[in-house]
Design a protein around this ligand. Structure first.
Ligand code: NAP
Length: 293
């Protein structure tokens, strides 16, 4: 039996149990995926007991993504570069714990082909410089994007991210240019072919807000990608405005879905067939609709 779970706090609204239960059902895998709400001080002992209890793997979410790193026996290159672990694989019957980061691969797999196909020509504006911005940065550099500009309310906070970008560029031998601007004095967006919101502005229950005005959005070139990492609600104000302007809106549901798929592939040891993706997405959408009604 494939014993899986998620650690974090709180986990009340986590969609991961639905995602993995659906994957196991569709792939006819005998297994379980449980939620384990843990306080930071419980982490060490809990990880050791999961290893003893025969767990194959865990997802790791807020607030433990960084704290679990020193508890691992090994880290994947992505986890090291992102500075965070969202997936643990218990190897060799639990005697070895390896930390992975599937947020990066999940983000990359969620991007539209028409964006990734011309990665070397894409100039991306990323709003925010927190935890998810790190995964986005790593993914974009891995893809060989031309330039990434972070728009933040406090430019000082982006300094560690920008210096870390140099390490990531070296790892992938990428020529991506990186810069920071103030969110409050954004220039015209005409030079950006993509915009990615990694701030929580627009997230349920504070939906209705947008990090940018329609007047600012209107300066993006025709057909530009407007990607909001938020998936609750599925269509934020930013995405509604982007749609109304004929831009290319994408929400964060596929990033969530594909990070889960990548985690499952690590635990199960086999690729998830593409025909399984649409029913899993449908199940997630159904859960989200129940969640907010
Ligand atoms: P985080 O580490 O707290 O970072 C949030 C960033 O947004 C920080 O740079 C923060 O700036 C900025 N920010 C917050 N409130 C702001 C405001 N009112 N105005 C301007 N900037 C603001 O959070 P995170 O973990 O990166 O998550 C961010 C969002 O991504 C959340 O909505 C989360 O649900 C979503 N997410 C989605 C996925 C997915 O799979 N789709 C995965 C991860 C995260 P300061 O440092 O100045 O506070």
């Amino acid at each position: 039996m494939l014993k899986l779970g998620i650690i974090g706090q709180p986990l009340t609204h986590s969609l991961s149990p639905v995602l993995h239960a659906t994957l196991m059902h569709l792939l006819k895998v005998d297994g379980e995926y449980r939620k384990y709400e843990l306080k930071p001080q419980e982490l060490d002992k809990a990880i050791a007991s999961f290893a003893r209890d025969g767990l194959r793997g865990l997802n790791v979410t807020i607030p433990h993504k960084v704290a679990v790193m020193p508890l691992m026996d090994a880290l994947s290159p992505e986890a090291e570069l992102a500075g965070a672990v969202n997936t643990i694989v218990f190897e060799q019957d639990g005697s070895r714990k390896k930390g992975h980061n599937t947020d990066i691969a999940g983000f990359i797999r969620s991007l539209p082909d028409r964006f990734t196909d011309r990665a070397a020509e894409e100039n991306v504006l990323v709003l925010g410089a927190g935890g998810s911005a790190r995964a986005v940065l790593t993914g974009l550099i891995q893809l060989g994007i031309a330039s990434i500009t972070f728009a933040v309310r406090d430019p000082q906070k982006a300094v560690p991210l920008l210096s870390h970008a140099e390490v990531i560029k070296q790892a992938y031998q990428a020529n991506t240019k990186t810069a920071t601007v103030s969110l409050f004095s954004l220039p015209s967006l005409e030079s950006f072919t993509g915009l990615i919101n990694t701030t929580p502005i627009g997230m349920w229950p504070e939906d209705g807000q947008s990090p940018l005005t329609p007047i600012q959005l209107e300066t993006l070139p025709a057909g530009a990608l407007v990607y909001d990492l938020i998936y609750r609600p599925t269509e934020t104000r930013l995405l509604q405005d982007a749609k109304a302007l004929g831009l290319h809106p994408v929400n964060g549901l596929d990033m969530l879905l594909y990070q889960g798929v990548c985690s499952f592939e690590l635990w199960h040891g086999q690729p998830v067939p593409p025909n399984v993706i649409p029913p899993v997405r449908a199940q997630l959408l159904q859960s989200l609709s129940k969640d907010v009604s």
